[in-house]
Write a protein that binds this ligand. Structure first.
Ligand code: NAP
Length: 268
């Protein structure tokens, strides 16, 4: 098995990465930073976001596994003291006769097409895309399926994937969406609502065959975030968001249902 490890860079995560390499070598796994089949992220959900963007061009060929070295994560569900068990299950998975291949679960992503005066850039979000003002209120027109939906004024707009619905979207009052649902959610960040300006005020969920365009409607400096990646620009024309045709794969060597993770992360 060709594998790669992305660690968070703190001493515990780096130690665990070393330990993982030793155990992996004993099992005959091959460290391959160019075209791994499995990418193990050691750290937190933020580390998984980094791993995802590191291998963004190879997403269809990779399955991700997450080990957390802090609190339980949504992408990182193996504990630091479970490395031996994880490696054992991973090596069992190589033996097809034992029928222990991991279950691959696929989560939806959001495709972004960023139109600037300088050109068009395509990106993919695992958690979310946000558009925020750098100097003040954002003025943006939101179209859904090429029809104007609303004129937004406020701090910004967040468009999240189902697996990202437990992250920034949750802080904005968005709903948590099970990742088997192929959808994206648009949530407002502090919209201005009064007698003059009006937005819907509720998060909305779009199915996979819909798209949304967010047009910059004044000369403004904007901060665009795609997961942990930040970009500031003053020449944005629009951003098209839609549920991606590609999905990200996670190798599940044992079941850990989404709602159990939600309960453990937020309620227990
Ligand atoms: P960060 O500011 O260092 O971490 C943000 C927190 O979000 C971390 O605790 C991270 O978990 C957690 N997180 C990431 N993905 C998650 C998910 N899918 N479900 C639940 N929690 C999740 O930034 P970062 O590590 O670079 O991560 C960027 C992410 O931060 C963005 O994608 C955005 O979702 C999130 N964020 C949240 C808020 C907010 O809630 N108000 C504001 C800005 C950004 P770990 O500790 O396990 O890494």
């Amino acid at each position: 098995m060709r594998y790669y490890v992305q660690d968070r860079g703190d001493s515990l995560s780096m130690d665990l990465a070393e330990q993982f390499h030793r155990l992996a070598e004993e099992q005959g796994f091959i460290l391959d930073a160019k075209s791994p089949e499995i990418v193990v992220s050691i750290g937190g959900d933020g580390t998984m976001l980094q791993a995802f963007h590191t291998f963004i061009d190879q997403i269809p060929d990779i399955a991700f596994v997450g080990v957390h070295t802090g609190h339980l994560g949504f992408y990182a569900d193996w504990k630091a003291d479970e490395l031996h068990e994880l490696i054992k299950l991973m090596s069992n998975g190589l033996d097809t006769s034992q029928q222990l291949q991991p279950r691959i679960v696929e989560y939806p992503l959001v495709d972004l097409e960023i139109h600037r005066k300088s050109g068009v850039t395509s990106m993919v979000a695992l958690n979310e895309f946000t558009l925020k003002g750098v100097d003040g209120t954002v003025v943006a027109q939101v179209d859904i399926n090429d029809i104007t939906f609303e004129m937004f004024r406020g701090d910004g707009i967040c468009v999240s994937t189902p697996s990202g619905s437990t992250a920034y979207n949750k802080a904005l009052g968005g709903a948590m969406i099970h990742p088997t649902i192929e959808a994206m959610q648009i949530a407002e960040i502090a919209s201005i609502n009064n007698r003059v300006y009006r937005t819907l005020g509720s998060p909305i969920v779009l199915p996979k065959h819909h798209h949304c365009d967010i047009f910059s409607r004044k000369s403004q400096r904007l901060l665009l975030t795609i997961d942990h990646v930040n970009m500031t620009m003053d020449d944005l024309i629009s951003v098209r968001c839609q549920v991606s045709r590609q999905k990200v794969s996670f190798a599940r060597y044992r079941p850990y249902p989404f709602w159990d993770r939600v309960r453990t992360a937020f309620l227990d």
